[in-house]
Design a protein around this ligand. Structure first.
Ligand code: CP3
Length: 345
């Protein structure tokens, strides 16, 4: 007997459902007490990412609690710079701290040799997850999109304006292109290895896509994602790719067409009715409840969720947040939201 298609994957193929498939960006994390426990045992955040026993456990935690339709591999977008040889640390209360790459000299010290060896614990995590997940739960692999990863590599940490990477891209685009090309290649290798290990769909996070003006958005966000998508399509044609160009605004529609991805994840600022008329006509969309409405909970959260379900629920659609869950989210609000979505129609 053939297994029925997993709901999340069916939605990515264009199917609609009365109750849409649901998962949440950053669904494993500090808002869960059981995550904080494992995080303490693991030591550093990168140790957590590179120890399959721990990474498998924290990936499964939100699935056990909430029965999401998809799970996302537990790792981070910054394992790529780490594997390329950049010094990457995660500091309590600060976030990621990297030794900045600011010119050709630091750039030439990075290398993709040994990338897949360095990341082999991640592939082991994927292999184990594909055996341990409930049969109806899809497994998403992921990476950061080259532009967003570059903003951390160049700036050395998160910044509100991504100024360091932007200035390099504006002043010396040909140099900056070398970094982006390295990331395009490394990210393609990395994602294909995740797929080989059992990832059933891929999400590319371009958290800082919204910081670039149109021509630069084309060159540094659209074009790299188009290339990665084309390579995956060639080597793994059946694996859907979701892109999250956060802050793209009205460019969401052209981005969807130009990159050739299977679906886009909408950020919080996109009106669901606009998305229905301009984006969902192109293919499946995912989104887009404000993570802070999940913190607030109650009627305000439900009213916003209802508006999303009314506008996009005829599908193809996957319910998600407009950005990642934040640590102060009460876990019972997630349960309350799921209950609301599952009983909406
Ligand atoms: O559950 C999941 O979604 C899977 C795991 C996941 C993490 N990070 C775990 C994590 C995923 C998909 C990411 C993506 C990621 N990482 C992005 C893109 C999406 C987004 O949220 O914008 C970015 C920009 C990063 C880089 C990053 N990692 C930052 C800026 C930080 C610090 C901010 C913070 O929340 O602490 C991290 C650390 C990080 N990545 C944590 C988790 C659970 C918290 C670290 C901890 O537990 O100490």
């Amino acid at each position: 007997m053939t297994e029925p298609k997993k709901k999340f994957l069916a939605a990515l193929e264009g199917q609609s459902f009365d109750v849409p498939p649901i998962w949440m960006m950053r669904q494993a994390g500090r808002y869960l007490p059981e995550y904080r426990q494992v995080r303490k045992e693991a030591g550093s955040f990168l140790d957590l990412c590179y120890t399959p026993d721990f990474a498998v456990e924290v990936t499964l935690q939100p699935i056990r609690r909430y029965g999401f339709d998809a799970s996302i591999l537990f790792s981070d977008i910054l394992v790529i710079p780490d594997a390329l040889g950049q010094d990457v640390r995660f500091e309590e209360g600060i976030g990621p701290v990297l030794k900045p790459v600011t010119g050709p000299q630091e750039l030439s010290a990075l290398s993709k040799d040994g990338l897949l060896d360095h990341l082999s614990p991640v592939f082991e995590t994927v292999r184990r997850l594909s055996k341990e997940l409930p049969r109806e739960t899809a497994l998403i692999g992921f990476a950061g999109a080259p532009w967003t990863v570059a903003t951390y590599m160049v700036g050395g940490r998160g910044s509100p304006d991504q100024a360091a990477a932007k200035l390099w891209a504006y002043r010396a685009p040909d140099e900056f292109q070398v970094l982006i090309d390295l990331l395009i290649e490394a990210t393609g290798d990395y994602l294909l290895a995740q797929i080989e290990a059992g990832a059933e769909a891929i999400q590319l996070f371009d958290t800082w896509a919204g910081s670039l003006p149109p021509a630069h958005f084309e060159r540094w966000c659209v074009e790299p994602v188009r290339q990665i998508r084309a390579r995956l399509k060639e080597a793994a044609p059946h694996i859907p790719v979701i892109a999250f160009p956060k802050g793209a605004g009205p460019a969401y529609a052209d981005y969807f067409k130009a990159t050739g991805v299977s679906a886009v994840s909408l950020d919080t600022a996109i009106a669901p009715e606009w998305a229905r008329d301009n984006v969902q006509v192109l293919g499946p969309v995912q989104g887009n409840l404000d993570p802070l409405l999940l913190v607030a909970g109650g009627e305000e959260m439900k009213t916003a969720a209802a508006r999303i379900l009314e506008a996009l629920g005829d599908g193809p659609f996957i319910f998600n947040l407009g950005h990642g869950i934040v640590p102060q989210t009460p876990p019972e609000h997630v349960a309350e939201l799921l209950d609301f979505i599952r009983n909406f129609r």
